[in-house]
Design a protein around this ligand. Sequence first.
Ligand code: ADP
Length: 516
Amino acid sequence: MSIPLQGGTVPRESEFLGEPSIAMDVLTEFDATDWERPERAELLLSAIVDSSDDAIVSKDLNGIITSWNLGAERLFGYEAREVIGRPVTILIPPERWSEETEILSQLRRGNRVDHFETIRRRKDGTLLDISLTVSPIKDSTGHVIGASKIARNITERKRTEAALIASETRFRQLADSMPQIVWTATPDGYVDYYNERWFEFTGFPRDSFGDERWVDLLHPQDLDAARDQWSESIHSGNPFNIEVRFWDRRASRWRWFISRALPGRDSAGRITKWFGSCTDIDDQKHAQEELRRANDDLEQFGYSASHDLQEPLRSIKIYSQLLSERYGSHLDGDALQFLGFLQQGATRMEMLVRDLLTYTQIPGSERPTQPTDAQSAFDLTLESLAGSIAETGAVVTSSALPMLPVHNVHLHQLFQNLIQNAIKYRSPDRVPAIAVEAVREREQWHFTVTDNGIGIHSMYKEKIFGLFKRLHSEHDYSGTGIGLAICQRIVSRYQCRIWVESEPGKGSVFHFTLPA
Ligand code: ADP
């Protein structure tokens, strides 16, 4: 678009609309020497002023409007001819007239008014949020003869600010209504907000933020771990998650909290804020500790009881055997039968004691230093079950099995118990077919042991994992009811799960997960 500058007419608004590069277009019409000519320069200035999005207005020292650009027409709705020669107060709501008196007195002193945010009125009476910059205009002798005023429409910005304040207020109300401590931090990790719970808990003044505040309250043993993890999260953007102790000033003791934080990101994926919480898990921690102690005691008791039982059991077995060997011929039918019951009881008791010992001896939760090859654990299980596999004709297959960070003995026990059961609880109508598979699911391996056996009614799906829980009599299927409890105990050592899906008469699928 070209602008007709000849003839001295100021371009009309319609010619400028939507042309941000208007000042450049003006320049291209000029020959370099044109700059020197005052009337050209004035015309150029006038075109630039009119192309501005801001309202540019000049007034004399009595507040009478002397010029009015197109930006002012757009902003206030008055055309230049309607306002030139009229007092600038037509733009000011009456309750703000005193502002103009103050602005004029500043101007007379030669001062400038910078980015003054206020409200002005349009021709149609609607109010506008604007930012004003008013500068004195001086003559060649330095006397102030008037003022230029640039008004920028900031209604949209004000609206955004108001929306932001409203959303911030909502966030704070929500955060304050929560039982947890809630906090936010800047992308570099500086804590810049805590909700009321924090100040109630710590007794700190409401305006204290920053690192030193939480660092002061942390248990010395948790400090390094918390700091390391926090700086790791800030660098990597990974979620922050740690259990720490804070000093509870009211109870004069340490309390356990779980502290978590997630990063908030902008559309480009950059972290703009961290949103964190600290949840009191002190009661839960103590209950866990109690439970762990009770479990340890029980384990100890189970271990000693089963261990100590072995000795008298052996005596019963040996002497009942001697009795039947040496004096069997002197005993009558009933006595021999009773002796048989005694021996069977002792054998069963021996099995129970052996399984109970295995159950109590499952090693702790420490991860092994070397990964275990699930394939070799599976092969080893097939070797140890070779007798029953041959006897029943069972077909046991597996997919490729992974290496994983669990104890070798644990994997072996899992395979052993599940495959043994799959053979034991086979259907009388078909040859047992058993398949072991492993599928990677994010941080875990998901194993399945599928059989085509007698199946399990859905109402027993959870019960069967309990200690001594059996669905059949010893007469139908021998067993102690400890095998699945052992499996359950092993997977829970790794915070993993075991469960079963089954259809009576068709078969069962035992699922368990282990860490990857
Ligand atoms: P046990 O086999 O010594 O009785 P377990 O703890 O291994 O003890 O199993 C508990 C019960 O779960 C078993 O008594 C049996 O009723 C049922 N069960 C286990 N595995 C299977 C299976 N593959 N198919 C059908 N029932 C099963």
